[in-house]
Design a protein around this ligand. Structure first.
Ligand SMILES: *Cc1c(COP(=O)(O)O)cnc(C)c1O
Length: 394
């Protein structure tokens, strides 16, 4: 077991050792770390963008389903675990995403790990953005298909790879519509034109976009008007929708195919009633209360403007995910520590999650954050930087 210890030691030396951090209490965008007394921190690390995890209608939807159906469904959906409630949620998701049908999965990770191997195999090829989420890459590996990675958001590079290696089998392009560590967007309209020229399938991961973008909260595929050009859009209920679980939306034939082929769907217990009830209420809120989205957009703009006015001149992206890229892992960790001292909890994202020398603090703006708190946080970030790495400020 010395090998394990050496491995951990090497990680620690590089400043890349991961640790769990139990939360004792959490409410309204503030949290208390267990073992650190009553001290509360403003939480900028959560993907609960619309603050739906605590919304009274979501809680009521969850409680109602729990009372009616019990704690678990007892089996996979294809056995006896197929509650009508799951179908109602799938219909609601299909309406939200503008597709014929949708299928639920346990989590976003399980969806990507199941969908990709269902679509492509050994004789096929996958083209994936370099910054795609780990669950996408794990799905690619499980599929056994050849994998070609294109430079982040670089469609010219993608086209070059397509010319060289499209092959005669199926070709699948996988992107995120909003990237989780940079908060930047995929050029979806150009991508759809490209995939049509080359006869590829397109899977778009909308984990961070659903609920936040689109007139009805249907994500960036709605906002960009490309729903018809996307073969599959997946997403999670764990982020803007405030709960847990995931879905994939597409044509009726595609969904029927996936429920016959995707192993992470077939061989896994259905989502529990309380989770289905919460998601059903959350999807309804997203569709009927655009003011939730507007409030979030107002807050993300305010936060970025405060940082820029205070001297941060590097890009902060077009979304609620605000990456403050500082470079070295040690610097990012030191800044995160100093922010914690000052009452703000933000994650230092380090390699291997992001490329070497692009370690960063990642701030998630959510509806939980008040305007005053956003201003104070921006001021604190700037003060901490002036102390630790003044060279990064203009
Ligand atoms: C979070 C995330 C997932 C995984 O979703 P979970 O429901 O948390 O398993 C998949 N893809 C992307 C891009 C994500 O950000």
């Amino acid at each position: 077991m010395d090998e394990l210890r050496d491995w951990l030691q090497a990680r620690e030396t590089a400043g890349n050792l991961r640790e769990l951090r139990p939360i004792g209490r959490r409410r309204g965008g503030r949290l208390q770390l267990a073992g650190e007394g009553e001290k509360t921190l403003l939480d900028f690390s959560s993907n609960d963008y619309l603050a739906l995890s605590e919304h009274p209608e979501v809680l009521a939807g969850s409680r109602g389903a729990l009372a009616e159906w019990g704690a678990g469904v007892g089996a996979a959906r294809l056995m006896s675990g197929d509650l009508l409630l799951a179908h109602r949620l799938e219909e609601a998701v299909a309406r939200l995403k503008g597709t014929e049908a949708a299928l639920l999965f346990g989590s976003g990770y399980l969806a990507n790990a199941g969908i990709i191997p269902a679509l492509v195999g050994r004789d096929d090829v996958i083209f994936a953005d370099r910054l795609d989420h780990a669950s996408i890459y794990d799905g690619c590996r499980l599929s056994g298909a050849r994998l070609r990675r294109f430079r982040h958001n670089d469609l010219a590079h993608l086209e070059e790879l397509l010319h060289k290696g499209r092959g005669r089998g199926r070709a699948l392009i996988v992107v995120e519509s909003l990237y989780s560590m940079d908060g930047d967007r995929c050029p979806l309209q150009e991508l759809v034109a490209l995939k049509e020229r080359h006869g590829c399938l397109l899977l778009v991961d909308e984990a961070h976009a659903t609920g936040v973008f689109g007139a009805n909260g249907g994500g960036l595929i709605e906002e960009e008007g490309v729903v018809g050009g996307v073969d599959l859009a997946m997403g999670t209920f764990g982020k803007a929708l405030g709960g847990y679980g995931s879905y994939v939306a597409g044509s009726a034939a595609m969904i029927h195919y996936l429920l016959n082929r995707a192993r992470s769907f077939i061989f896994s217990t259905g989502l529990p009633p309380a989770v289905l009830g919460a998601s059903l209420a959350a999807v309804h809120l997203v569709r009927t209360r655009p003011e939730l989205r507007r409030e979030l957009h107002h807050k993300m703009v305010l936060f970025k403007e405060e940082l820029q006015r205070g001297g941060w001149s590097r890009p902060l992206g077009p979304s609620q995910i605000v990456p403050v890229v500082v470079g070295s892992s040690q610097e990012a960790a030191a800044l995160a520590g100093a922010l914690r001292e000052g009452g703000v909890f933000a994650t230092a994202v380090r390699p291997p999650t992001v490329p070497v020398n692009t370690a960063r603090l990642r701030f998630s703006v959510t509806r939980h954050h008040g305007e005053a708190a956003l201003r104070e946080t921006a001021a604190l970030i700037l003060a901490v930087m002036r102390q630790h790495c003044p060279g990064l400020l203009s």
